[in-house]
Design a protein around this ligand. Structure first.
Ligand code: ZN
Ligand code: ZN
Length: 208
């Protein structure tokens, strides 16, 4: 079986100097491709650089809800430029995180909507990060995501009922290694109801 790690952060500083080993370990485990996901302007640039270096490596560019506070007026324009690189396969990660609230909620909402509009304009899929913000995430997707081609909820932590709503919209659902945690019963129950053609996998747990 060939596995694609659809959500990794190979540009984070914890991996400096050990990236080759990490990639070798993932290849040994059956991984044949990677999507390294950007979280802010600097990480987006690095994600493209690394994707250009390796054959089966692709990049996603976006501003993480945690990093929404770093945004300036130029951010979306820069994002638009970067997103047109041929190794970029998605906008993300973007979304809402009302668990940590590292950025103010109105800023998170505005930035999420702006990135959905950009994805629709560039005809790219979107990688969603959503934590303790299910209803708002679904509402903003409904209001601004109508032109978006494909949507995946990454590191899914919501209930099976909520998973059904996500699947009902035609979206994809991705799980991290968190599903193996003792406490992660809810995510495990959700994983059971996602059909394999709508299921994605990723490394994890991760900090973003
Ligand atoms: Zn995330
Ligand atoms: Zn992430």
């Amino acid at each position: 079986m060939e596995l694609i790690d659809t959500h990794c952060h190979l540009t984070f500083e914890q991996l400096i100097g050990v990236l080759e080993q990490v990639l070798q370990r993932s290849i040994a485990a059956g991984v044949t491709g990677w999507i390294t996901v950007g979280t802010d302007s600097q990480q987006n640039r690095k994600a493209i650089e690394i994707a250009e270096k390796y054959e089966n490596m692709y990049a996603a560019v976006g501003i993480h809800p945690h990093d929404a506070r770093t945004v300036t007026v130029e951010t979306i324009e820069q994002l638009k430029e970067l997103a047109q690189n041929k190794k970029v396969v998605a906008i993300g990660e973007t979304g809402l995180d009302f668990h940590y609230n590292l950025s103010e909620r109105p800023v998170q909402r505005r930035l999420f909507a702006a990135q959905l509009k950009l994805a629709a304009e560039l005809n790219l899929p979107v990688i969603i990060h959503s934590r303790e913000a299910f209803d708002e995430t679904m509402d903003i997707l409904e209001d601004f995501g109508s032109g978006v081609k494909k949507v995946v909820f990454h590191c899914f932590s919501y209930s099976p009922q909520q998973a059904k709503m996500v699947l009902g919209r035609g979206y994809y659902i991705s799980f991290t290694g968190v599903v193996t945690f003792k406490k992660a019963d809810l995510a495990r129950q959700s994983a059971k109801i996602v059909p394999t053609d709508r299921l994605m996998i990723e490394r994890g747990p991760q900090t973003r």
